[in-house]
Ligand binder design. Structure first.
Ligand code: AMP
Length: 397
């Protein structure tokens, strides 16, 4: 399996350990953190360094400040929440330059077991460009680098990839857990192995479908992208979301699944609506009865039940993308039903972050899943079989 050094493979005692976390937490307009799970997920690594007498220097991005310092993207609220969760002081270096004199001084003054948090790395233009100078400035603060930000592991930025060039490096517990669980599913799954894919567009999921067709026993398809598949099978889809230029590809994927003996399940009924809004006329119809002037916004009850039966047969189930427009109450039932079926499963259940993770959370079932990835985009690229640059950059064992 993974051949990368982990935090347990490096010397921590007395060392300045620079840790890239994913503290990109949602906040309300008043700057209050509305969901701190990403901070909580970073605790095992931080606590391990404290326990082993290291000096913890944390860095992260927050939101999209586009290379400029913007107060609403300051990590100060994260420092406060982290201090509460750790039950110890977190020294926040409130300097828009992220590195420099204030950061140097804060680090020079650190005792073993203390925690410093730098300002939002995306306040610097060099972050997203993976600029060498910025990476070097960050690296000069520390003795070793630990990457624990799975949510950004699919991006090559200065604070996760660039910095690894200048310091000995390892992955933290969160990244380790993410790739242990998802890596096992992809390389050596207990079978039947199934994938549930939804979300808006086929075009965003082509690579993941192509990679998964090679591995899974069953593929369940819902969401906006189901209509491109239904059209490929000759159904009239009314005003539903369609990518006309992907209909042929959908045909090819259906053929490929057939040849490989992969069961590809498409919905048999859908919830159709007059307009793309919650308060509009809607009804459930069979897929050969989609009215010309209506659009499909969710899978129907029969489909939810059939998907549910299938899910219960699975030993390993991965899910990425909602079954319908789950942000609107009237079109959230299919997504909720899949979440409930997964919660009932006794197999390994993996939620690939993003919208599916929010949907599971909304119905209060997060605790019932084996693993909910902290990275939507990163887990998708992982399911695509791609090498994630933020992990690739870390020293081998
Ligand atoms: P993605 O980011 O590709 O996983 O897509 C998630 C989005 O797909 C959500 O915002 C859903 O509202 C949207 N979506 C799901 N089903 C449909 C549908 N039938 N028509 C339009 N949008 C959909």
């Amino acid at each position: 399996m993974l051949n990368k050094k982990t935090i347990e493979d490096i010397k921590i005692d007395g060392k300045k350990v620079l840790v890239r976390c994913d503290f990109n937490v949602p906040m309300d307009d008043a700057g209050n953190i509305t969901d701190d799970r990403r901070i909580q997920s970073a605790l095992p690594t931080i606590e391990y360094i404290i326990k082993n007498n290291g000096k913890v220097i944390l860095m992260s991005h927050l939101g999209r400040p586009k290379g400029e310092a913007k107060k609403e993207f300051s990590l100060e609220p994260v420092a406060k929440r982290l201090a509460n969760l750790l039950n110890r002081e977190v020294i926040f270096v409130d300097n828009d330059n992220v590195t420099g004199e204030d950061a140097n001084k804060a680090v020079d003054d650190m005792e073993k077991g203390e925690v410093v948090l730098l300002q939002n790395t995306r306040f610097r233009k060099g972050e997203k460009k993976n600029a060498k100078e910025f990476a070097k400035e960050l690296a000069e603060l520390a003795d070793v680098f630990v990457n624990d930000a799975f949510g950004t592991a699919h991006r090559a930025h200065a604070s996760n990839v660039g910095v690894a060039e200048f310091l000995p490096s390892a992955i933290g517990y969160l990244i380790k857990k993410e790739i242990d669980v998802m890596g096992k599913a992809m390389s050596n799954p207990e079978r039947p192995f199934m994938a549930i894919l939804g979300g808006a567009k086929v075009s965003d999921k082509i690579d993941v479908i192509e990679n998964l067709i090679e591995k899974v026993d069953t593929l369940l398809i819902g969401g906006g992208m189901m209509f491109t598949f239904l059209k490929a099978k000759g159904y009239e889809i009314g005003n539903s979301l369609i990518e006309d230029d992907k209909v042929n590809l959908a045909k090819e994927l259906i053929d490929k699944a057939n040849k490989k003996g992969v069961e590809l399940l498409l919905p048999t009924d859908v919830v159709v609506a007059k307009e793309f809004k919650n308060d509009t006329e809607y009804k459930t119809v069979s897929i050969d009865n989609i009215p010309k002037d209506m659009m499909g916004l969710d899978i129907g009850k029969k489909t939810s039940d059939a998907f549910g039966d299938e899910i219960l047969k699975g030993k390993t189930i991965i899910w990425n993308g909602p079954m319908g427009v789950f942000e609107m109450e009237n079109f959230a039932k299919g997504t909720e039903s899949v979440a409930k079926s997964m919660a009932k499963s006794e197999g390994t259940t993996i939620i690939g972050g993003g919208d599916s993770a929010s949907a599971v959370d909304k119905v209060g079932l997060s605790d019932k899943m084996t693993h909910i990835s902290t990275g939507g985009g990163a887990s998708l690229e992982f399911f695509e079989g791609k090498v994630l640059p933020g992990i690739d950059a870390i020293d081998n064992k």
